[in-house]
Design a protein around this ligand. Sequence first.
Ligand code: GLP
Length: 243
Amino acid sequence: MGKIDPNSPVPKYFQLRGILLDLIDDAELPVDAPIPSERELCQRFGLSRMTVRQAVDHLVTEGRLYRVPGKGTFVARPKIEMPLRLVSFTEDMRARGLEPGARDLDHRTTQANSNLARVFGIPVGAGVHVIERLRTADGEPMAVERSQIPANVAPGLLDIPLRDVSLYDVLETRFGVIFDAGEQTIEAGLADAADARLLDLPRGSAVLLFQRRSFMNGKCVELAVSTYRADRYQIRGALEIPR
Ligand code: GLP
């Protein structure tokens, strides 16, 4: 097991954070296992209570540990790494061995306002399908996704039941839509009351807000605004070298 190096320029709480992370990554501290008490950690590593608390607080904020009041502090599940690729939720979950799910929250056809008309290159007032779904992985709520798709691209889309079905699959097999480009913004946000209830989170919890535009032949075909649980997701992507 790692040791605290008193001569290291790395702050002691950060060293302890690293040691605890190693124990978690090596599964010596498995998911949902309690971590040793503050007193034990102080004794084992020769640290003050304040330093131990700082390390543990850090890991709680990072989502690697969670506290249960009156019970203790436990190892959290690792977050799902969201790829920066144009994949569907279904493909992404299946690739991880998780069963994807979709609950239909609402679907309707609205008329494009000037903003949507510009995004999709359609006339103001033209039909836009709006599909709101709760996405689940192995039954656990992960995200609320709101997709907008120009009605002329997929005319009968809303007649197809979308429960536990891949929207991208339906778009491809029924309407010949194959996305060939995409763009995404990611912002931090706080869950409002409705999303918090759907995602099974306390209101005001941290969430990741995604806005994705997916294109086919240079035309935007889906504008999706999604709220993902920040306690279950992190973003991972390759860094391009600037030229
Ligand atoms: C991702 C995207 C959404 C898209 C969805 C389609 O989650 N963020 O914009 O609507 O995939 O997933 P599926 O084909 O599983 O319905």
